[in-house]
Design a protein. Structure first.
Length: 603
């Protein structure tokens, strides 16, 4: 096995990477570094995520920097700000003992003034997202005329995100003497197109096969009915007590919904998606890297550049349409030589995607049955017992209390005490799975059941001891389980117990203990939420939104309130609805519409 010295890496960089724990080069580094150090032509390197690609291009990039000249000599483009920051941090670490090397990350979603000041002082390497770099070029702070090396990391993703025009403008600003290095996990059609457009006389370096999956990752899938996907997710997470995972969802809305459900059910989870501010995203990722968060629910784009070496699992709550996205997802685990597992929760209509992915990555998926309640409880019980046995006891700290403790437990025998300790840690878990909803087996060729309509959901009965309430807020108002809990705790007081929650587009239903129902309805009715007047009432009284055959007709006052809610939620609609009416605000019932008085035309 070669050393970094044998690859030709200079002593200052070797000293820095040894402090980072780099002992021997990884395969992609062993293949790419000596070639880049000895050749000047363009390169495209194909290697899986987590195999050391940043060091493979970063070390030769630093070796080529002329530290006697204070201008931009190298440029690294990445699709996301997270990946941009990760690359910049790595390059600074590699250059720790190199004098005169300045690395600056420039990306959107952050104040541009500090970035302008840094570039004005002069930096040798810029790591950037395309959009922000073009902005800085237009402002006269980013000068690329003397850049001799440009790296495209995940160029296909940049094109998918709509950066094509920005990339073209950046390349037009470079001198003809520049060299282009491109790194990707797979050789898709998009990558080939990028290579033909921006690279000239390039060498292709492949580590492994062109489109294989990560070597240390096992691929398994669970086949469930679409309505049972969240229940399956809970069972899978419970079956792996020490799980540390990213749960990938297809959309920002789904990401937030799943995270909210997990949090409500007592899991240590957080969401990561594009609607969060940069500060929120940075904090969320920092907590996840430090293992303060166990489950990160994320979109594909948000998780790019999130390098966490000890992820145990990646869970695909829904398979992506793009196979390359699956490769990037699964590549988050099984990094740095460690084993990892990629789990996919799919319904019958997604099975064809499994076959397509298998053909592309050359790996077989293993179908696994959903864990039973008994299997899950055994796993969790062993975890509790293991924690108790491995707990370190400080005799000096506990010694002053031992006499009182011994006296308190004097009449309880050892077996009974063990039962009580385990029940304390494990009782809540046993209680849930004693009455946990069953997950129906997928029947071959069975047609998917149509989702329930709002009326059908209205007819659902509350669980025993609970009252089902209606509230005139829904997903379109940004009203999710987390917002519901915060609203209840704020206006009802204390930590209000909540049962099942049904979120619809414009309305929601939730259950509270019967003894609290009246108090909750009184406290929530009349409050304001994002400009809307909130109504909360007993869901059994009828279908509150619009007429139905099983709901009482609205009174004139109720119609006026519905009108006010509609107008408050959309100011433009308010202006539009007021045209053609005089006096009292319009009544949208059939009688009211027939009796409306049109505004008289001016003579």
């Amino acid at each position: 096995m070669k050393t970094f010295e044998e690859l030709g890496v200079c002593e200052p960089i070797r000293k820095a990477i040894e402090e980072l724990g780099f002992v021997h080069p990884m395969p992609v580094q062993e293949a790419v570094i000596p070639y880049l150090l000895g050749n000047e032509n363009d390169v495209i390197a194909l290697a899986q995520t987590g195999t050391g690609k940043t060091a493979a291009f970063g070390i030769p990039l630093l070796e080529r920097i002329d530290t006697s000249r204070r201008y931009t000599q190298a440029l690294v483009l990445s699709p996301t700000r997270e990946l941009c920051l990760q690359i910049a941090d790595d390059l600074r670490d590699f250059a720790k003992y190199m004098d005169g090397v300045h690395v600056e990350a420039v990306y959107g979603g952050a104040a541009i003034e500090p970035q302008m000041r840094a570039l004005k002082k002069g930096v040798e390497i810029i790591v950037a997202t395309p959009g922000r770099l073009v902005d800085l070029m237009h402002r006269g702070f980013a000068h690329l005329e003397q850049v001799t090396n440009i790296v495209l990391d995940e160029a296909d993703e940049m094109l998918n995100m709509g950066f094509s025009d920005s990339i073209n403008e950046i390349f037009e600003s470079l001198s003809e003497e520049h060299h282009t290095l491109m790194f990707s996990a797979t050789m898709s059609k998009e990558v080939e197109r990028v290579a033909k457009t921006y690279l000239h006389d390039y060498k292709e370096i492949v580590v492994g096969s062109r489109n294989e999956g990560a070597e240390n990752v096992n691929h398994i899938y669970y086949l469930v009915n679409a309505k049972d996907k969240y229940l399956a997710l809970k069972r899978i997470v419970d079956y792996y007590p020490r799980i540390f995972a990213i749960i990938f969802c297809r959309t920002k809305v789904e990401t937030q919904e799943i995270a909210d459900k997990l949090i409500k059910d007592g899991y240590n989870a957080e969401s990561l998606h594009g609607d969060l501010s940069q500060q929120q995203r940075d904090l969320t990722m920092q907590k996840f890297r430090n293992h303060l968060t166990q489950l990160l629910v994320a979109t594909d784009v948000a998780a790019r550049g999130l390098d966490v070496d000890d992820l145990t699992h990646v869970i695909n709550f829904g398979l992506p349409d793009d196979i390359e996205n699956y490769t990037h997802r699964s590549g988050r685990t099984g990094r740095a030589g460690k084993k990892g597992t990629s789990i996919s929760i799919v319904h019958s209509r997604e099975k064809f995607k499994i076959r397509n992915i298998e053909k592309e990555i050359g790996k077989e998926f293993v179908k696994v049955e959903i864990p039973s309640a008994e299997e899950i409880c055994k796993k969790q019980l062993y975890k509790v017992m293991d924690q108790i046995v491995k707990t370190d006891v400080d005799d000096e700290e506990i010694a002053p209390f031992m006499q009182d403790i011994s006296r308190y437990f004097e009449y309880i025998d050892k077996e009974e005490l063990i039962k009580k300790i385990v029940s304390l840690e494990f009782g809540k878990f046993l209680a849930y799975y004693a009455e946990a909803p069953e997950i129906e087996a997928v029947v071959p060729d069975k047609k998917e059941k149509k989702p329930q309509s709002d009326k059908q959901k209205l007819q659902n009965k509350a669980q025993k001891g609970y009252k089902r309430l209606f509230i005139n807020l829904g997903k379109r108002d940004g009203f999710y389980p987390g917002e519901l809990m915060q609203t209840l705790n704020r206006f009802v007081g204390g930590r209000q117990e909540v049962g099942h929650i049904d979120l619809l587009d414009t309305i929601s239903y939730f259950e509270v203990p019967e003894k609290d129902a009246k108090k909750v309805m009184i406290q929530l009715s009349g409050i304001r939420y994002k400009g809307r007047t909130v109504r909360c009432n007993d869901a059994d009284e009828g279908y509150p939104e619009g007429k139905s055959s099983k709901s009482p007709s609205k009174s004139k006052q109720q119609k006026k309130e519905s009108w006010r809610d509609l107008i408050n939620s959309n100011e433009s609609r308010k202006k539009k609805s007021q045209r053609g009416f005089k006096g009292e605000k319009p009544d949208f019932s059939e009688e009211g519409w027939a009796m409306r008085k049109p505004r008289k035309k001016k003579k």
